[in-house]
Write a protein of this length. Structure first.
Length: 136
């Protein structure tokens, strides 16, 4: 049998061990809090939404996967209405306009690639009660 060397790991990348209860909670507005875990090319966000909270219509260049852990989110996306309940996933391609309304108190996990720079910079004005900046 031939001796095969494993692929070399990215030497600049760092292994991170993270527990949600140790990740700071950011209050984005009166109905939404979030926690962020960021890697080199992916971001995981734990979103806590109060019933009735609305994520306004927006789009971004990031691919997104949303997973509802508890509660329910009603999405309007690409001309469709989709209600996502606990245990369900929604894959949102880049640049597809979408909005969501929390039908009940909801815990949602959103995965983005690449990471959402506007969230990291806190320039996500569409969530902070102001109009979003022009999209490029």
């Amino acid at each position: 049998m031939e001796n095969v060397k494993p692929a070399q790991a990215n030497r600049t990348a760092e292994v991170k061990y993270i527990q949600w209860d140790k990740v700071p909670v950011e209050s984005v507005n009166s109905w939404m809090e979030r926690q962020l875990v960021v890697g080199d090319q992916v971001m995981v966000a734990r979103i806590l939404l109060k019933k009735g909270g609305v994520v306004p219509m927006h789009h971004h260049h990031n691919e997104q996967i949303s997973h509802v852990q508890s509660g329910a989110l009603h999405f309007i996306i690409a001309g469709r209405e989709i209600t996502l309940r606990a245990g369900e996933f929604l894959c949102i391609p880049p640049n597809v306009p979408h909005s969501a309304t929390a039908l009940e108190d909801t815990v949602d996990i959103d995965i983005f690639t690449p990471p959402r720079q506007d969230w990291l910079d806190k320039t996500d004005l569409y969530l902070r009660g102001q109009e979003p900046p022009a999209y490029k």
